[in-house]
Write a protein that binds this ligand. Structure first.
Ligand code: CDP
Ligand code: CDP
Length: 219
């Protein structure tokens, strides 16, 4: 495999980005950066403080002083916000439902993109999100745009939930709505970079996807 390259993985919710990115990073002994976790941590904080996404000025005021840290962990990654481990809170249904509303605030994106770019300066990074290949790491050596049908993505999410009491139909609606908000926002929307490799994983299992990506990282 090529030494010290950056790998950008983008795509819609439930496509398998984080699972696969983490495994690819493990195989290459690279650092994995889950940018969605950063947007989720900010969203959790704002909801907790009662700060609405409509009030972007207030969001930015609070975001300015925020300290976000990503720490590697055996099952993925831990997110710390202002010295507190917020990992257990950021995948809740409420955060999932609200995150895209905060993620369209321009100043917040500027701040998080900057932080993400700092994390990738040394190279040897696998980063997943929505705008990695287009905005965060436009020079990444390997860019993957990972998709799957919305039905399959909803099913994948459904299978990992235990008892949050949400139906498959509702999950499919929520995911489709989040895709829409992410694709239609003005600032760095979810879209495939011109030089990205498109990987439709609807009929692929996790290992096949990992091997496919690794095959693009060969010298
Ligand atoms: O894991 P899942 O695909 O559900 O989402 P995520 O990667 O944790 O991202 C959650 C949300 O954060 C997305 O729906 C986007 O609104 C936002 N996000 C973003 O705008 N840009 C990124 N680079 C990553 C996430
Ligand atoms: O990060 P993203 O939202 O794109 O997806 P994820 O959280 O990595 O994957 C969602 C779920 O789909 C996980 O439970 C994976 O194990 C599963 N998955 C799968 O069943 N088949 C794939 N080819 C990829 C992921």
């Amino acid at each position: 495999y090529r030494d010290n390259i950056n790998i950008a993985i983008d795509g819609p919710a439930g496509a398998g980005k984080s699972t696969v990115a983490r495994m690819v990073a493990g195989r290459l002994q690279y650092i994995y950066v889950d940018t969605g976790a950063m947007y989720r941590a900010v969203t959790w904080f704002m909801l907790n403080q009662g700060i609405s996404a409509e009030d972007s000025e207030k969001v930015l005021q609070h975001a300015q002083n925020m300290v976000i840290e990503l720490k590697p962990h055996e099952n993925g990654q831990m997110v710390w916000l202002n010295g507190e481990d917020v990992t257990p809170y950021i995948r809740s249904q409420q955060v999932s439902a609200e995150v895209s509303k905060y993620a369209r605030i321009e100043g917040l994106r500027t701040q998080l993109v900057h932080l993400q770019q700092q994390m990738a300066l040394e190279k040897g990074v696998v980063m997943d999100g929505r705008d990695i290949g287009t905005t965060v790491l436009p020079d990444a050596e390997v860019k993957i745009f990972m998709t799957a049908s919305v039905k399959e993505r909803a099913l994948r999410r459904f299978n990992e939930l235990s008892d949050e009491g949400i139906t498959l139909e509702q999950l499919e609606k929520d995911i489709a709505e989040r895709d829409r908000l992410d694709q239609e926002r003005e600032v760095s929307p979810l879209r495939c970079a011109e030089d990205a490799i498109i990987l439709d994983t609807t009929h692929m299992d996790i290992n096949q996807v990992v091997e496919a990506i690794l095959s693009y990282c060969k010298t």
